[in-house]
Design a protein around this ligand. Structure first.
Ligand SMILES: *Cc1c(COP(=O)(O)O)cnc(C)c1O
Length: 405
């Protein structure tokens, strides 16, 4: 059949659920224990085994895990955390939950991950109070610092799209200034940086299991850490501040209900057994895209850098080069039944952040460029080669027609 006439319906993403996964959830429902039971323990153990960390703490979203990391790092009102504006908004919102102030630094143009040289520069500026050196953090720093008395507490890098950030120089900056490193590994379970697993490189890492992630629990997340005190703190904080070894009704600190239920944990435990298979399937689909799009003049395929010894494909994001127009491409693709999205939309340009911190276009040029040209294509491990063909054929057509002549 002709690609251009046979119309396929292609979802943006799809979970990969087997009959074993469904059976695992059903088995939980035959028991009376639907929360705080054996499933979360099993899931935590499986994740810890898969990534080589000491402790795993299941939570009910990746965002919840990041929030607890920000608390553990000691972030209080006005404290500073260095992070990236090229991310999903949750990574920065977690800082704001504790009234911390994000110090955005721009990203590497190849990977879209936080630029370690700029992290070092921002850390020096923050600790020596040379605020003007930190590029354009206008009202974010200049206005808020006096009332804040904030100290630089942490670095929060994000492994964007499943490719690890350049962690070694970031860890050096952290060591030098005694900062905690919270890895947002929500898009990168199983990814490797110089042979080491994403999520285990800093003081703690967070994975997320929303339905579009590499493995899913519906809603859910997992913190991993090698620090026993932090692990105990996370267990307490996710469960209303109850002390782990204390009586059920003894609340030692302000806590939350961030517990992961047993049905979700059972699904996660079943899914993580197939982590390698799931990642390999996604890598195969990414390969199909690469083959078809490499060499297209106005389409740039993802850059995988040498430090990435294993990619954990979360999304397949191309760049639409001018004079082709990304937004016009999205519109035309929609008309032929192919969904696509700008990804990411820079956090500092989100209305809430503009309003609160006074950011504007021009503050982080690399992030803004990537925000303007990046296009996430339909992607999952269950996509067929025929679907990838269909997307690529239409993408090339739409890109060609989007050029203003
Ligand atoms: C998915 C994701 C999260 C967490 O998402 P939840 O929906 O809260 O599980 C955090 N950061 C990034 C970069 C993500 O992609």
């Amino acid at each position: 059949m002709d690609y251009m006439t046979a119309r396929l319906s292609i979802p943006m993403s799809s979970p990969d659920i087997t009959s074993d996964d469904i059976a695992a959830i059903n088995a939980v429902l035959q028991t009376p224990i639907l929360s705080i039971g054996p499933q979360i323990d099993a899931f935590e153990r499986a994740v810890v085994d898969a990534v080589g960390a000491k402790f795993g703490i299941g939570v009910n979203s990746g965002t919840a895990g990041l929030h607890l990391g920000v608390i553990a790092a000691g972030v209080e009102q006005g404290d500073l955390v260095i992070t990236t504006p090229f991310s999903f908004i949750a990574s920065t919102n977690a800082i704001l939950y504790e009234r911390g102030i994000p110090i955005f630094v721009d990203v590497d143009p190849q990977t879209g991950n936080i630029d370690p040289a700029k992290v070092a520069e921002a850390a020096e500026a923050a600790v020596s109070s040379q605020w003007s050196v930190v590029s354009n953090q206008r009202s974010a720093i200049n206005d808020q610092r006096p009332m804040a008395g904030g100290r630089l507490k942490a670095i929060l890098p994000v492994h964007a799209f499943g490719q690890p950030a350049d962690m070694d120089p970031i860890l050096n900056v952290a060591r030098k200034h005694q900062l905690n490193v919270i890895e947002d590994a929500c898009e990168a379970i199983g990814a490797e940086y110089k042979g080491r697993k994403a999520g285990t490189l800093g003081d703690m890492g967070v994975f997320a299991f929303y339905p579009n992630k590499q493995i899913t629990t519906g809603e859910g997340g997992m913190i991993v850490t090698n620090d026993e005190d932090w692990a105990n703190l996370f267990c307490s904080l996710r469960n209303q501040g109850r002390d782990v070894f204390d009586a059920w009704l003894n609340h030692s600190r302000l806590g939350y209900n961030y517990r992961l239920d047993e049905m979700s944990a059972a699904l996660g435990a079943a899914q993580i057994k197939r982590l390698d298979e799931l990642l390999n399937k996604r890598a195969r689909v990414a390969g199909w895209y690469d083959e078809r799009l490499q060499g297209e003049e106005l389409i740039e395929v993802p850059h995988i850098v040498a430090t990435t010894t294993r990619m954990s494909w979360f999304v397949y994001v191309v760049r639409i080069r001018p004079p082709a127009q990304r937004d016009e491409v999205i519109k035309r693709l929609t008309e032929v039944g192919v969904p696509s999205r700008p990804y990411f939309t820079p956090i500092h340009l989100q209305p809430f952040y503009r309003e609160k911190f006074g950011y504007q276009r021009g503050d982080f040029p690399v992030t803004e460029y990537l925000g303007d040209v990046s296009l996430a294509l339909p992607f999952s491990g269950v996509m067929t080669e025929e679907q990838v063909d269909y997307v690529c054929q239409h993408l090339c057509e739409c890109v060609f027609h989007s050029v203003r002549r």
